[in-house]
Design a protein around this ligand. Sequence first.
Ligand SMILES: C[S@@+](CC[C@H](N)C(=O)[O-])C[C@H]1O[C@@H](n2cnc3c(N)ncnc32)[C@H](O)[C@@H]1O
Length: 244
Amino acid sequence: MDETRRWWEATAAYFQDETNISVGLDWGPGVPEGTLDILPPVKNRTVLELGCGGGQLGVGVAERGASQVVGVDFSRAQLGFAAELVADRGVPMALVEGDVTQAPVRSDWADIVVSAYVAQWVPDLTAMFSEAARILRPGGVFVCSLPHPFYGVFDPEDGSFRRSYHEPGALRFSEDGIDVEQVLHYRRISDIFEAVQAAGLDLERVAEPGDADPAAYEDQWDSKPELMAHVPRTLVFRASLPEG
Ligand SMILES: C[S@@+](CC[C@H](N)C(=O)[O-])C[C@H]1O[C@@H](n2cnc3c(N)ncnc32)[C@H](O)[C@@H]1O
């Protein structure tokens, strides 16, 4: 099994417990859709979530009237949490086990594709974005969030430099009690833009939410207020599949 998938199988229960993500339209910790207005109306739309995890975003979309939501994730443990949430809320969200670079969803199906904080685990960003493009209908919209490339330059614990922005690539992290390493992929803004273009999508908007006041971050999960007051933690973009 892919090591990132194994990492998620090993940590899903801890992740869900620790983050306690609320159900709704959020692009990351402290980044509610209401502050960005980047997602088109979902009512009566077909929506695919790439990397649905515990389903909190997809269920939030379904509760806003999407006609059908499909969540794809390769972690059975994560999908188990999502299944509980879907059953609890009684919303039209189907859950499918699969990789975001080869999603078992038919082409030309979705009006909207969303993905929140997944791309950093995916080695081939173009493959993931191309999958979004394949599944979108012409004119459809892809909204994706991921860690901001500037944020990864710094050690979140003390703000010292951790790596050079100019050298994209993977970093490996090991944690006590987990026998598989976490592998995170660091990119430049230009790499993300080029992957969007290579997928045949048109970039429409980029959002870099943040506030220069450290006090703004006090209540967020895993918040590093000093660092976050200097560089954005999250990048969100919207891209669309050209008509015809
Ligand atoms: C941080 S969670 C994000 C979950 C959800 N989007 C949210 O905001 O709560 C990342 C998810 O991406 C999934 N994931 C990572 N790489 C993947 C891949 N290549 N294919 C499918 N799922 C993947 C993991 O299993 C995990 O559930």
